[in-house]
Design a binder for this molecule. Sequence first.
Ligand code: PMP
Length: 322
Amino acid sequence: MAIKEAEKIWMNGKLVKWNDAKIHVLSHVIHYGSSFFEGIRSYKTKQGSAILRLDEHVKRLINSAKIFRAEIPYTFEQIHEAIIETIKANNLEACYIRPIAYRGYDDIGVNPLNNPVDLTIAAYEWGSYLGKGAIENGIDVCVSSWRRSAPNSTPTMSKIGGAYMNSQLIKMEALVNGYSEGIAMDSNGFISEGSGENIFMVYEGILFTPQMSNAILPGVTRKSVIHIAKEMGYEVKETNIMREMLYIADEIFFSGTAAEITPIRSVDKSIIGKGSPGKVTKQLQDAFYDIVANGNDKYGWLTFIDDEKKIISLSSGKAAKK
Ligand code: PMP
């Protein structure tokens, strides 16, 4: 079993045993991919366990549902609190958190509007996403023959289950051809993102990343990287990126909650830069790990799990941070 089971899962307001966290086979989500989910990480920092950018993730979860006319029957604060409760109930320190809202059991036609919106939250231990040594040495990737959805088809700003059928095609094609990950283009042929990561490249000292309209998920890690890079004085351009720019880039890396900051050492077997993580990538990794490993909360991005005061303020209906 690949997943490391924890004890409890939060389901519609109750903590149930891991093996009892089940849904009916005729739930709408199973047939039509109608789920809205998040991937969040909690880190065991030197200052205690802390969730990275919890507010941003909860906000994106609610917005993912909103795009599909689904209202999650819990408030921002309640979801916030339930996530902390789930981690605490499982005595987890470093973990991956998977809140998922979905259209549940009622009607079975395509129309989801009569189905309930259920919410579950799981948390479990999870290691490196793109393989051992990926963060230190970088990975080999390819450009995918699959494209991301066109802007007037499946919305990419919404993190929905159904959209991950596209991600699976990108990922499988890469894996069966011996690569760790694939980079998809958007419907216009501009670079979009990996199957589960955003992409950045360094060219002539400038940091480039696809813009929102290039069919990307608005990544929370992407937002963090842009913030850190600007603080460091780098120019960051969110723009259309052509495929050929990948081959002549000085550095390329993926960003994501699971992937963190993963350097890319080759694309389509063409070596990027010196074939090892570049200077800018390393600087950004150092700044990122200073936050999540050392617990240096210089931007107010960490929610410390054992900080009782913050949890009390949550129960009283106020946001935990800021
Ligand atoms: N793009 C896709 C398709 C993803 O699945 C993810 C992972 N959530 C990302 C980008 C990165 O987003 P984040 O940094 O919020 O994890």
